[in-house]
Design a protein around this ligand. Structure first.
Ligand SMILES: Nc1ncnc2c1ncn2[C@@H]1O[C@H](COP(=O)(O)OP(=O)(O)OP(=O)(O)O)[C@@H](O)[C@H]1O
Length: 754
């Protein structure tokens, strides 16, 4: 009945050093799992709707989606199961192919619209123009019909709004486009003019086949004119200047390199156009992420892609000085886009700049002058950059006029009230008239899309703004569903102690044989609050036997820890030295641990989106075998339906019926769970389950409530006795006169005067 057996399975005793720990990791089941970059590959018949989805047979070549391509570009024969390890061999091979080619650019025939449509459908990629296309039509009409048309337009707008409410689907269909998909990474160089070194760096990472989000986004972001060439779309503001972009794609589907490649490529292209040397650095892209862990990870990924290009990808730090421009005047002069709900600053996901050590180049030089840091691409959490931009206590407010591209990773949380004020502040500071925006997440509520559209409209109304770019949304798969390639489990325990017991039982190999696939380390355990994470850690840490590494095998990470401790724990977890990492939602988003076998929602996630992101820490890059276990108690029953819905949708997407015995959420359960009122949803999202906040049931323990009550009474009695003794001593010291302590206030205050 203990965690030890599972945690010591297959592990040599007395692992003392890193080398041994690394060996241990290599033996973990996750180490052998291979990525399946493409999650979807349905067969699509020409002209017919996609209809019933069928998983593509891996052994059967699928010619449907290669219409018009060279044979060597046919992705259907590519080895999808190639390991992700940096592959110098792959890079070498590509380099050889490229060198052997007589001319650097091969003549590539672009797909016609039908060909694009088929591939996009087969991979469940759906593009919708959210703004741009529609506005273009209206603008032309106004010009042609003058004042009369203006009145007509008002009428039409009104009826269009009513129409849109009635038939949202039909309207959605109208605005769909089918740009060129990226079927091979080689096309990056040959069709989309990506710099050879960048193309080589992608190849060197062992990425062989683009994931769906890469397939859909990269052409549009790199060369929108080429991507839209055969679609017949004419978009407002032209497409040469680029598009604003919203991408909603499953967790672990490779969104990070999808926004990094265009950012690096943009720097290289502009550097070449302006004839700048590679050691001349201009801040051209800002990538915002909600947590320090995610920001550091993006920097690491960016640096790998930028090797040998001279592009500097830098993490924002407390004392980093950027090449910014000072602004005179108040915020209101900036256009007053402040969000009503903005300004809530406390969040477990939030970052602080405290404790940051500056890089050598960030420190003040003797003599007081501090040159701006050499940065091309800045990766930051919102608050730390906003602190710099607001100029501190006395300095002037600053803007970043050279930034051409703003990327919001986990955009839905960055534009949520928790971070909205900070994110909007950064967006406003990117004052270049042609700055592009791209937003990325696995979940994107429609209010976030509406907010982005509205803000873009406001910006375009400013006198100095360039013609408005189109805003295009890409959705991969079903919107807002968890990874379909993992196993979901929803487990009910009536009480808190029962939950702890269930966690231990789940980890035990014998009981887990009855209840489905065992949960094997390494895994993440999510709790609702920092206190609960800490308490669970205290409860579990001595469960691991010394021979298996003892308490060092289990760690806790949350936002109250200093940055240095957080980095250390992350490094140990990545190295396989820590097997069980207890955490809060601070690690729920974006963080990529390729080998995580499981996720335990010890406390139920507070929203459907939170479930998607937490569960998505396993099964990265389409790896199979991941398990997400969610416990719920009596207190959670009123709120668990949203999570159950996501699980049901994920299972459906994976082809599992709700009537299946093996389904985590069966129909009867879905019907039985109470519907959550909108207001309750909002409350739970912000505050979590009330009874789990500090005090009361915040304590995690296996003791029964009777035992806990007895313990509590005993503690109270001890406290009371100590208090009495203290008072007695004080009385003795002052010769019977009460002067201070608990009673002091009474004598000095003297009661009410009125
Ligand atoms: N084309 C590819 N082939 C194989 N693996 C890939 C490919 N592209 C990215 N990966 C790998 O997939 C993993 C997940 O990528 P990434 O962290 O970018 O996912 P994500 O979509 O940002 O997820 P999340 O929504 O959780 O933030 C990473 O380990 C990355 O190296």
């Amino acid at each position: 009945m203990d965690i030890l057996k599972v945690l010591s399975r297959g592990i040599k005793p007395n692992i003392k050093n890193k080398t041994q720990a690394a060996t241990a990791t290599a033996q973990l089941p996750s180490a052998g799992a291979v990525p399946h970059p493409q999650l979807f590959h349905d067969v699509v018949r020409d002209g017919s709707p996609r209809g019933k989805k069928r998983k593509r047979r891996r052994d059967a070549p699928d010619h449907d989606d290669t219409t018009g391509r060279d044979e060597e570009d046919d992705v259907s024969d590519v080895d999808y199961f190639a390991p992700k390890k940096p592959s110098s061999e792959a890079a070498h091979q590509n380099a050889q192919t490229d060198d052997a080619a007589p001319s650097k650019k091969r003549k590539i025939k672009l797909l016609d619209e039908d060909g694009c449509r088929q591939i996009l459908r087969s991979h469940r990629l759906k593009f919708t123009v959210l703004s741009g296309l529609q506005q273009n039509t209206n603008a032309n009409e106004t010009a042609h019909h003058g004042e009369a048309a203006e009145q007509d337009k008002k009428k039409r707008r009104k009826s269009a709004e009513t129409e849109a409410e009635k038939q949202p689907k039909k309207d959605d269909q109208k605005k769909q486009i089918h740009p060129q998909p990226l079927t091979s990474f080689q096309d990056l160089r040959h069709v989309y003019d990506v710099a050879p070194q960048l193309a080589e760096n992608i190849s060197a990472q062992g990425f062989r086949v683009p994931t769906e989000v890469q397939m859909g986004s990269l052409p549009l972001l790199l060369r929108p004119d080429t991507a839209l060439k055969n679609t017949g779309s004419t978009l407002t503001g032209g497409t040469g200047g680029g598009v604003d972009f919203l991408a909603v794609a499953p967790t672990g589907s490779g969104k990070t390199i999808t926004f990094l490649i265009p950012a690096i490529d943009g720097v290289l292209k502009r550097r070449a156009e302006q004839g700048r040397e590679s050691d001349e650095h201009v801040l051209e892209a800002v990538i915002v992420a909600p947590t320090r862990e995610l920001a550091s990870q993006i920097v690491n990924e960016g640096r790998k892609l930028a090797i040998g290009t001279g592009v500097r990808v830098v993490l924002m730090r407390g004392r980093l000085r950027l090449a910014a421009e000072d602004v005179k005047g108040s915020d209101d002069a900036e256009g007053g886009e402040e969000e009503e709900n903005g300004g809530e600053e406390s969040s477990d996901e939030e970052e602080s700049s405290d404790g940051e050590e500056p890089d050598a180049e960030e420190s003040s030089k003797p003599g007081g002058f501090k040159p701006p840091a050499r940065v091309d691409i800045l990766v930051t959490t919102p608050k730390i950059l906003l602190n710099f931009l607001s100029g501190g206590k006395s300095g002037p407010r600053k803007v970043l006029p050279t930034v051409r591209s703003l990327v919001l990773d986990e955009a839905d949380v960055l534009l949520d009230p928790i971070f909205r004020k900070q994110t909007m502040g950064i967006w406003r500071a990117c004052t270049h008239p042609d700055v592009s925006l791209s937003c990325w997440s696995a979940t994107m509520a429609s209010n976030i899309e509406a907010l982005v559209t509205q803000q873009l409209e406001k910006r375009s109304k400013r006198a100095d703004s360039a013609p408005r770019r189109p805003l295009i949304r890409l959705v991969v798969g079903l919107k807002d569903t968890a990874v379909p390639n993992i196993t979901h489990k929803l487990i009910y325990t009536a009480t808190e102690p029962g939950k702890l017991l269930a966690l231990r039982q789940l980890l035990h190999p014998v009981s887990s044989a009855d209840s489905g696939p065992p949960l094997r380390p390494p895994f993440l355990v999510f709790t609702q609050t920092i206190e609960r994470a800490q308490a669970l850690h205290d409860e579990l840490k001595y469960d691991i036997p010394l021979e298996a590494g003892g308490s060092a095998r289990i760690a806790v990470l949350h936002s109250s820890l200093p940055d240095s401790a957080r980095s250390r724990i992350m490094a140990r977890f990545r190295a396989g030295e820590v097997w069980v990492l207890i955490t809060t939602d601070v690690l729920a988003r974006g963080v990529d641990f390729a080998g995580v076998n499981g996720v335990v929602n010890y406390d139920v996630p507070t929203s459907a989106a939170a479930y998607v992101h937490r569960a998505g820490r396993t099964g990265r890059a389409g790896r199979e075998g991941g398990v997400a276990v969610t416990f719920y108690t009596k207190d959670d029953v009123p709120f668990v339906k949203s999570v159950a819905n996501v699980i049901a949708a994920s299972e459906k997407q994976a082809g599992k019926d709700q009537g299946d015995q093996s389904a985590a959420v069966q129909k009867w359960l879905l019907d039985a769970l109470p519907k959550v009122a909108k207001e309750d949803k909002r409350k739970v999202k912000v505050r979590g389950i009330e009874s789990r906040r500090s005090g009361g049931k915040a304590t995690i323990t296996t003791k029964s409530s009777w035992e806990r009550r007895k313990e509590h009474n005993r503690q109270q009695a001890i406290e009371a006795s100590k208090r009495r003794k203290r008072q007695q001593r004080q009385q003795e010291r002052s010769g019977g006169k009460v002067t201070g302590g608990e009673a002091g206030e009474e004598t000095e205050w003297g009661g009410l005067d009125d």
